[in-house]
Design a protein around this ligand. Structure first.
Ligand SMILES: *Cc1c(COP(=O)(O)O)cnc(C)c1O
Length: 264
């Protein structure tokens, strides 16, 4: 299958939650299809009608609704996926694809549950460059991040915070979640515009909620040095990682150039 050679593969990650009244709620069902459609386009995969994708997810969840758990912090994780299946070795877009959805009951993403996570700021390797694929959800982005993730884990950190691919001066996002920094009472997050940060649906929902609650939320390039200075002078009370899998994970420590910097 061509997916094994040219790597045409993409995915989504959504969740369905058990409501207190026993019903099942899909988180941001309205946003499920649009991003996967954009990912298909970037990877040269034929378009998938957004309505079909949403309908497929709804149908699977309704068939498997008994698998949606009800304990606190649990959900049914839903993973739509497309892979190139033409049997061919050359470098070209595949002629055939398989679209499938898998789902599984899931608990908290990090072993530590909602305890603050420790994050390693990677200043050598990068995962995305302007014009590349960082803005879409595909396995290739994870492949680019795994070695950094292993380095971080060896040092006792659970995730990597990636810097921009051009200058390694600006913070972008964490492996599978976006990143919010609260500095001087404002919520800062990296812009998705150059295509190096995934437009997270949890990110978008949190930005809307925060603005509703009266917070100033700014999408702007964030200099790592400014963040470290803010942390050192006590002006970085919180760092948060929003993502479907991670929910909203608090960050307790940022390790940069061998120095752990506590948040808060
Ligand atoms: C999936 C993912 C996120 C989070 O996006 P959500 O839509 O909120 O789940 C953030 N960054 C990367 C690289 C991701 O793959």
């Amino acid at each position: 299958a061509m997916v094994c050679h040219a790597g045409q593969e993409c995915l989504e990650g959504r969740k369905a939650y058990r409501r207190p009244d026993g019903g099942v709620q899909l988180f941001r069902r309205d946003k499920t299809g649009g991003r996967m459609a954009a990912t298909h386009e970037r990877l040269g995969i034929p378009p998938i009608p957004v309505e079909d994708l949403v309908e497929a997810v709804k149908t699977l969840v309704s068939v498997d609704k008994d698998w949606v758990p009800s304990a606190p912090d649990t959900s049914l994780y839903i993973r739509p996926c497309t892979i190139a299946t033409e049997p061919h070795l050359g470098v070209k877009a595949s002629g055939n694809y398989l679209f499938f959805i898998i789902c599984s009951p899931s608990g908290a993403y990090y072993e530590s549950g909602l305890d603050p996570v420790k994050i390693y700021v990677e200043d050598e390797l990068t995962r995305a460059a302007p014009g590349g694929m960082g803005g879409v959800k595909c396995g290739g982005n994870y492949a680019a991040s795994l070695y950094g993730q292993m380095k971080a884990q060896d040092l006792g950190y659970s995730q990597v915070l990636w810097l921009d691919g051009a200058e390694r001066k600006y913070v972008e996002e964490v492996g599978a979640m976006n990143c919010f920094f609260i500095v001087d009472g404002k919520v800062l997050t990296a812009p998705t515009a150059p295509g190096t940060v995934l437009p997270g649906i949890t990110r978008m929902s949190c930005m809307a909620l925060l603005r509703d609650w009266g917070y100033v939320v700014q999408e702007e390039p964030i200099l790592l040095d400014d963040l470290l200075a803010a942390a050192q002078s006590g002006r970085l009370p919180e760092v948060l990682g929003p993502g479907t899998a991670a929910v909203v994970s608090p960050v307790g420590t940022l390790r940069c150039k061998a120095t752990p910097t506590p948040v808060g």
